[in-house]
Ligand binder design. Structure first.
Ligand SMILES: *[C@@H]1O[C@H](CO)[C@@H](O)[C@H](O)[C@H]1NC(C)=O
Ligand SMILES: *[C@@H]1O[C@H](CO)[C@@H](O)[C@H](O)[C@H]1NC(C)=O
Ligand SMILES: *[C@@H]1O[C@H](CO)[C@@H](O)[C@H](O)[C@H]1NC(C)=O
Ligand SMILES: *[C@@H]1O[C@H](CO)[C@@H](O)[C@H](O)[C@H]1NC(C)=O
Ligand SMILES: *[C@@H]1O[C@H](CO)[C@@H](O)[C@H](O)[C@H]1NC(C)=O
Ligand SMILES: *[C@@H]1O[C@H](CO)[C@@H](O)[C@H](O)[C@H]1NC(C)=O
Ligand SMILES: *[C@@H]1O[C@H](CO)[C@@H](O)[C@H](O)[C@H]1NC(C)=O
Ligand SMILES: *[C@@H]1O[C@H](CO)[C@@H](O)[C@H](O)[C@H]1NC(C)=O
Ligand SMILES: *[C@@H]1O[C@H](CO)[C@@H](O)[C@H](O)[C@H]1NC(C)=O
Ligand SMILES: *[C@@H]1O[C@H](CO)[C@@H](O)[C@H](O)[C@H]1NC(C)=O
Length: 764
């Protein structure tokens, strides 16, 4: 949804120049109709309103830029607002009004690295509060096309940064926490805002080797669909009860997603119980015909999309061609009504037609935006997403008292990063703190000389800045290099070709390492993995940090980590592959398991050696794990488990408990990851995951402090997905690994059983 943005921005000025952006249910024409009667169920209110519209009026409501219907007193409404990590530039959002900025949080990939879903929930609360304040001022809609809950399948994907990482369980937990925080809140009667889980489904390619997202046909086995691509959407729809989902540009197995009745009606609605609407990605209805050649006439295209369950069109296809489709009888009027009932039902649930006086959310104002709490949380989030990958000889943290009268050199293209740290889908931040400014601020008043030299750009071949950088490095006591990527290399429409470190940055590093007086500290900003083998292996690099794109206070966050004001605890939410990975597997290959032309994808299936594994991350302190080797049950009969099988997700086997103690010399957080690994089983079928995440937690521990953490293990975590998408429970040994250590082994015995059939894809 990229190309359309510019066109729409011009429109916004007119949309919101009128103060009347809410329907007048007090005295306008609408006030006489059931739509304004709160005692009537929302579906009936919607149906009645729609029944009063003419065909042309109905058609005008089927697109994201819906027109006003003055005759009925219905104002215009822009359905397309964005808020990936804070309110973002989009057709529905304007920063040109009484509120001029919104809190800019780190990118979703950073939240994945934080492994802290309470933090995600708190952020979502603040975003939805700010969204309501913007809406009350006429500067935003109430329907937001966020979050992105595809898994980060391939490191080349330009939009992987919009996701919290490569693991379906992590992405699902993120989707749940985020959507709950956006939609729920202080007033249970109303949706706070409407979220949208996108892009459904298996959207994870922009443009690679001549095929773009509009034309890409993802070939996916039922096994991968059930095991990997569906779970985050299922969690978002079934458990978080999201108000909408977005069908994506690509096809799956020959069917464009916005024309896929099985996915939209059977899976999303019937199986996962979607109670909301489906919106097309922007232009994705027209691509059914023009890119995928799935249909040959516009009338047929309207029909397949509408019949598949695509209710709302981002773009103009429905607007242009629905009348023709009615005339050619490829659709009937009831198809339109069904779509509009679903969309208007959400506007009603948002309180759009209800009296403002009785609604908490309608009282929010610009005073609720960019609050002290919001600033604090953005900084905390940036800190929690920072991942320390290497720290030889305690190169970090730097002790400022030992740097008096010394010189710190800050070198590299991201040292003064500002907007770069906002990643993609960003808005106008109240301020942007770059690392140079923050490091200078944290050393003021001490006689420490902090100098910055750019050295080189993110990419390219311009070495003209090298000599100044080398000169500065030679004279500095400490050198910190800031490198990484930016949106010119990874973004919407742009997949990477290489996942190596950009040549120019590596060349500069190799010259710097020859002249420095102490090992270089390296900081990488990027939304995806890049091959950092050289920095990892050379003794001339003392430390290595990955910090994603950390938002408005990213510079302060990294400065706090560098000086030990904050003890890092983030963990990689992705596998960092060697550069050769891109030659080993085609980006078109959707298969997760290894094959002749595919070394396997993600920590669950990758058979090669990662540069840094999923879950890697160090601390300045040391944690010790202990567990009681109690007499609790270790052996379970499969037939006893099936007796509780009402809901596969929550058949608890047992909860694992571990005590974590901070035995080091600094307070800090610890992220504890819990994996399960199958061994010693009779299965003669699919390749099994190497291991699988089933729980995680993040806790804070003072020095010598101990806390107990719990990880419930459900049957669902042990199910084996066969090629045909069926799920089975097998006897065997299941090892539970917590923080890399084997904590428990449990046994399942008895005959294996089929837990879930193919068509269900999910028990309910
Ligand atoms: C912002 O609003 C002001 C005042 O209404 C107007 O002059 C200006 O053109 C607007 N800018 C943009 C970018 O819309
Ligand atoms: C890219 O496409 C070209 C032409 O179709 C083909 O020859 C080449 O093998 C492809 N490259 C990769 C890496 O798939
Ligand atoms: C779609 O059809 C057009 C015209 O018939 C043709 O040029 C194009 O190659 C086709 N595209 C695909 C992806 O089949
Ligand atoms: C809709 O019609 C307008 C005006 O004819 C045209 O410019 C636009 O390209 C059409 N859009 C689609 C998606 O067909
Ligand atoms: C960072 O510094 C370089 C070199 O002085 C400059 O060209 C660039 O514009 C600066 N970037 C930002 C975001 O200020
Ligand atoms: C960096 O720039 C070079 C040319 O200067 C180009 O070949 C390469 O693809 C670029 N790398 C990235 C990651 O964009
Ligand atoms: C760590 O310290 C040892 C012993 O002082 C030294 O040989 C080594 O080069 C140091 N490594 C780094 C990366 O600082
Ligand atoms: C953790 O420590 C507490 C207090 O010493 C103890 O009661 C508890 O049993 C321990 N839990 C585990 C799992 O070892
Ligand atoms: C932590 O425990 C050690 C060993 O019992 C003790 O020497 C030390 O003083 C304790 N530190 C703190 C801050 O409590
Ligand atoms: C638990 O105790 C048993 C028997 O003492 C021992 O064999 C086993 O290795 C212990 N397991 C763990 C995880 O400590």
């Amino acid at each position: 949804m990229y190309a359309l943005v510019r066109i729409f921005l011009i429109k916004i000025v007119f949309v919101y120049s009128q103060s009347d952006h809410f329907p007048d249910c007090a005295s306008g024409p609408l006030s006489k109709f059931p739509i304004c009667d709160q005692t009537i169920p929302s579906r009936e209110r919607a149906a009645d309103l729609i029944s009063r519209m003419t065909i042309d009026e109905k058609i005008s409501q089927m697109i994201t830029t819906a027109s006003a219907i003055p005759r009925l007193g219905l104002p215009q409404y822009e359905w397309w607002s964005e808020a990936l990590h804070g309110l973002a530039f989009s057709p529905g959002v304007s920063f040109n009004g009484s509120i001029s900025a919104a809190t800019s949080f780190p990118m979703p990939i950073n939240f994945g690295a934080s492994f802290n879903m309470r933090l995600v929930h708190r952020m979502a609360n603040i975003i939805s509060t700010e969204a309501r304040a913007f809406n009350n001022e006429g500067q935003a809609g109430l329907t937001f096309f966020t979050p992105t809950v595809n898994i980060f399948r391939d490191p080349r994907w330009g939009r992987g940064q919009e996701t919290p990482g490569e693991d379906p369980f992590l992405v699902a937990e993120y989707a749940y926490a985020l959507v709950q925080g956006l939609q729920g809140g202080e007033d249970a009667r109303y949706l706070k805002i409407a979220a949208d889980c996108k892009a459904y489904n298996a959207y994870d390619l922009e443009n690679w080797n001549g095929t773009d997202r509009f034309h890409f046909n993802a070939i996916i086995s039922d096994q991968d669909l059930v095991e990997t691509y569906l779970p985050p959407f299922e969690k978002c729809i079934r458990d978080a009860r999201v108000a909408s989902i977005m069908c994506s540009y690509n096809s799956i197995n020959g069917i464009p997603n916005c024309a896929n009745q099985f996915e939209l009606e059977i899976l999303a609605r019937e199986s996962f119980h979607l109670d909301g609407f489906v919106v097309s990605d922007c232009g994705a209805i027209s691509t059914i015909m023009y890119a995928h050649n799935y249909t040959s006439t516009v009338e047929e295209t309207v029909a397949v999309a509408l019949h598949a369950g695509t209710d709302l069109n981002c773009g103009y296809f429905y607007y242009n061609y629905t009348k023709q489709a009615l005339e050619k009888q490829t659709i009937v009027e009831a198809d339109i009504d069904r779509a509009l009932e679903r969309t208007f039902n959400i506007l009603i649930r948002l309180g759009w037609f209800d009296p403002p006086e009785q609604q908490y959310y309608r009282q929010l104002t610009k005073d609720n935006v960019d609050t002290h709490e919001a600033r604090q949380l953005s900084l905390e989030s940036a800190q929690e997403g920072i991942v320390l990958l290497k720290n030889m000889n305690q190169s970090l943290p730097l002790d400022r008292n030992r740097l008096l009268n010394k010189r710190i050199a800050l070198i590299g293209p991201t040292a003064n990063a500002t907007e770069l740290m906002q990643g993609s889908y960003f808005g106008k931040a109240p301020f942007l703190i770059d690392p140079v400014t923050a490091i200078k601020a944290l050393t003021t008043g001490k006689s420490i000389d902090v100098q910055f030299v750019y050295g080189c750009k993110i990419n390219g071949s311009d070495e003209s800045g090298f000599s100044a950088a080398i000169e500065l490095a030679r004279t500095a006591d400490v050198v910190i290099f800031f490198g990484g990527l930016d949106q010119t290399i990874e973004s919407e429409t742009i997949d990477r070709v290489s996942i190596a470190m950009p040549d120019i940055q590596l060349a500069l590093l190799q010259q710097l390492e020859r002249v420095v007086q102490s090992p270089i500290r390296v900081v990488i900003m990027s939304g995806s993995g890049l091959d950092l083998t050289y920095v990892r292996d050379s003794p001339r690099f003392g430390s290595l940090i990955w910090m994603g794109y950390a938002g408005q206070s990213g510079g302060l966050a990294i400065a706090n980590v560098i000086f030990g004001e904050y003890n890092p605890a983030g963990r990689l939410p992705i596998t960092i592959y060697p550069a050769s990975y891109v030659d080993a597997v085609s980006m078109f290959d959707m298969q997760m398991r290894p094959s002749k032309n595919n070394p396997g994808r993600t920590y669950k299936f990758y058979t090669g050696e990662a540069v840094y594994e999923f879950g890697t991350g160090l601390s300045y302190t040391t944690f010790h794990y202990s567990w009681s080797n109690d007499t609790a049950q270790r052996s379970y009969s499969i037939s006893s488990l099936i007796e509780n099988k009402n809901d596969a997700h929550r058949v608890l086997i047992r909860s694992f408990r571990v005590n974590v103690t901070n035995i080091g010399t600094m307070p800090g957080d610890d992220v504890i990851l819990a994996f399960v690994k199958v061994s010693n089983t009779v299965i003669d079928g699919p390749i099994l995951p190497i291991k699988q995440l089933f729980g995680f937690d993040r806790i804070h521990l003072g020095i010598n402090e101990t806390k107990e953490v719990f990880f419930p293990l459900n049957v669902e975590h042990l199910l084996i997905v066969e090629q045909d998408g069926t799920k089975w429970l097998y006897p065997g040994t299941y090892n539970v690994l917590i923080g890399q250590q084997l904590v428990y082994a449990i046994e399942l015995y008895g005959p294996f059983i089929q837990w879930q059939s193919k068509r269900q894809f999910s028990s309910s």
